[in-house]
Every structure is written in structure tokens, then in C-alpha cells.
Write a protein that binds this ligand. Structure first.
Ligand SMILES: Cc1cc2nc3c(=O)[nH]c(=O)nc-3n(C[C@H](O)[C@H](O)[C@H](O)COP(=O)(O)O)c2cc1C
Length: 303
């Protein structure tokens, strides 16, 4: 299967800008900025039925359309906190296919009229942040970020920002507080970020994986994206599979894939051929995982 998000598994060195470009990279951003109105970009994302990959599954295009056009400037923020134990998909995207994520962030920024975008990374991702800084610089040097992009009046800068290792800073309003240099505590909502976000200005926040879906949708169209997945959840999803399976890792699969397929077909089943006794999907996993980590650390010290 040709991957849509994990393209680095099919195309070696796609984390180099020239290789990314040769394989169609940046075309979607250029198309958006030079051939589409910002509202048209949002319409395509809306029609694609893309839903947020940060947990709540909120329709992405609808979120972008909520941006308050009476209050400026606008900001876009990528949520790269990924603190969920057992989740390591955003990290793989940023480390191995960084330009697709950054291009998606740039397209979103154009769609909502933001000239500054931020990538908020969990504190432990300092190496990823340094790597992204290099990639952003490469894009600036190539003229894909900065002033008057593709000969238009549109300008964009992207900045990375490291958190200090607090799980709650993955929650979007705590993230904004932290990005502003304050203690990372959630805000009372409403108002929601599209009307009152970073520095009190209209802000769109999406997950890294959500942004990575944007360039292929703009390049291939909403119908192409909707042809994958289910009626309610279009497209492909990254599943981080860990625990006692034979082949743990990230799997890019269409929505509608069952746990049975994920564990047996892709994960190779349980180690030593044992039966599955329990599965922890996503968020519920974190409490037990922490206890397990703690027990393991503790027994290690005793040994
Ligand atoms: C306690 C808590 C932790 C969260 N952690 C993350 C996270 O690490 N990454 C993420 O993208 N969203 C996280 N979220 C969801 C964000 O608040 C927000 O819904 C998401 O970034 C929106 O992006 P999306 O629409 O692309 O899904 C968390 C939410 C809560 C309540």
C-alpha cells in the first residue's frame, strides 16, 4: 500500500526538501496560495470530512470556518504535545515526514489568514523541535516560508515552542496559556480559541496528524479523501500499537479497520501466540500505563 501520511516508508529521504519537492511536495501550498481563496481552502477541507486527530474528532473545516474575522491578527497552532502514553504517531510524522506536516500547517494558516503559526511540542521533544527548526529554515531559504510567498501578498512565519513536560498542556487552552508563558492551566470555555485564543486573538489549534492530512486533500480533492474510511470518519488514521503484540508500531489504516484486524493482521497477534485478554484504546490507557511504568521502575531498582 502507498502511504498517505507515512510516505517516508515508501520514499527514502522524504525528510529532505528537494526529495519532498520532487515527489509533489509544496505543490498543494502553492496551489492554495496562488489559485484559491482562503475560504475555498476551508470549503475543501470541510467537504473532505476530515476530523481532528487530537482526540475529540471535531470536524476540521468547520473549526476553521469558526475563526472570528472581526478580530485580528489570527494565529494557527499545531498541538505536538503528544503526551499520551502508548501514542507515538505525531513524533514519527515530525521526525520522518516533517515537510508534509509543515505544509499542512502553512495551508491552514493561509486558509484562516494567519501570518504567524506555532508548533507547541512537549518538553521531552527537544530534539524534534531542533530538527523542525532546521526544516523551517530550509523552507524559508527556498522561499516557501517568509514574505510574499509565491509572488503574492501572503507572508507566513512558523515558530517552534517547547513545553515543560506537563500532560495537561496537551489540552488546547492550557497549551495556549503555556505558549503565552503562563502556568499551563485550562481556561474556562466559552469563549473558544477560534474567537479567543493565543494572546486573546482568534486561533485555530489542530493536532500534527490533522495538519499532515491537509496537503494530500488540497492536492487530490475532497472526494478522493472521502472515498476512504467510513461515512462519518473519512480517510486514514495512524494507530500506535504497543504492548504485548508481535509487531508493535504505527499503522496507517482507513477508518473502519477493526481491532481484530489491527492486532492480528497488522500487529501479528499476541506474543507467544497467547490470546488477547484486554485492550486499552487511547485515553483510558494512560492511568494503568503510568502504574505499570512505576512498578517496572521500582522493581528495577530493587533488582
Ligand atoms: C487532558 C487533555 C490532553 C490532551 N492532549 C492532547 C495532545 O497531546 N495532543 C493533541 O493533539 N490533542 C490533545 N488534546 C486535545 C486538544 O485539547 C484539542 O482538542 C486538539 O489539539 C484539537 O486538534 P484536532 O481538532 O486536530 O483534534 C488533549 C485534551 C485533553 C483534555
Amino acid at each position: 500500500m502507498n502511504h498517505i501520511l507515512l510516505r517516508h516508508r515508501d520514499i527514502p529521504d522524504i525528510n529532505k526538501l528537494d526529495v519532498y519537492k520532487k515527489n509533489g511536495g509544496i505543490d498543494a501550498f502553492k496551489k492554495a496560495v496562488t489559485k484559491m481563496q482562503p475560504t475555498e481552502v476551508t470549503e475543501v477541507i470541510k467537504n473532505s470530512n476530515l476530523r481532528g486527530r487530537g482526540g475529540a474528532g471535531f470536524p476540521t473545516g468547520m473549526k476553521w470556518s469558526f475563526i472570528d474575522n472581526k478580530n485580528w491578527p489570527h494565529y494557527v497552532v499545531a498541538n505536538a504535545d503528544e503526551s499520551e502514553p502508548g501514542t507515538f504517531k505525531d513524533r514519527e510524522l515530525m521526525e520522518s515526514n516533517p515537510f508534509q506536516f509543515l505544509e499542512g500547517l502553512a495551508i491552514a494558516s493561509y486558509a484562516v489568514g494567519a501570518t504567524a503559526a506555532y508548533v507547541y511540542l512537549r518538553g521531552e521533544f527537544w530534539q524534534v523541535a531542533a530538527f523542525l527548526d532546521e526544516k523551517i529554515l530550509e523552507m524559508e531559504k527556498a522561499g516557501y516560508l517568509g514574505d510574499n510567498l509565491f509572488g503574492t501578498e501572503y507572508s507566513l512565519k512558523i515558530f517552534t515552542h517547547l513545553g515543560a513536560g506537563a500532560y495537561i498542556c496537551g489540552e488546547e487552552t492550557a497549551l495556549l496559556e503555556s505558549l503565552e508563558g503562563k502556568r499551563g492551566q485550562p481556561r474556562v470555555r466559552p469563549p473558544f480559541p477560534p474567537s479567543f485564543g493565543l494572546y486573546g486573538k482568534p486561533t485555530i489549534i489542530n493536532n500534527v496528524e490533522t495538519f499532515a492530512n491537509v496537503p494530500p486533500i488540497i492536492a487530490n480533492g475532497a472526494d478522493w479523501y472521502k472515498s476512504m474510511g467510513t461515512a462519518d470518519s473519512a480517510g486514514v488514521k495512524l494507530f500506535s500499537l504497543s504492548g504485548r503484540v508481535r509487531k508493535p508500531g504505527n499503522y496507517e489504516l482507513p477508518f473502519g479497520t477493526t481491532f481484530r484486524q489491527l492486532i492480528y493482521e497488522y500487529g501479528g497477534g499476541v506474543q507467544e501466540g497467547r490470546p488477547v485478554k484486554a485492550i486499552m484504546p487511547d485515553r483510558d490507557r494512560r492511568h494503568c500505563q503510568r502504574r505499570l511504568d512505576h512498578q517496572q521502575d521500582y522493581s528495577f531498582l530493587q533488582a
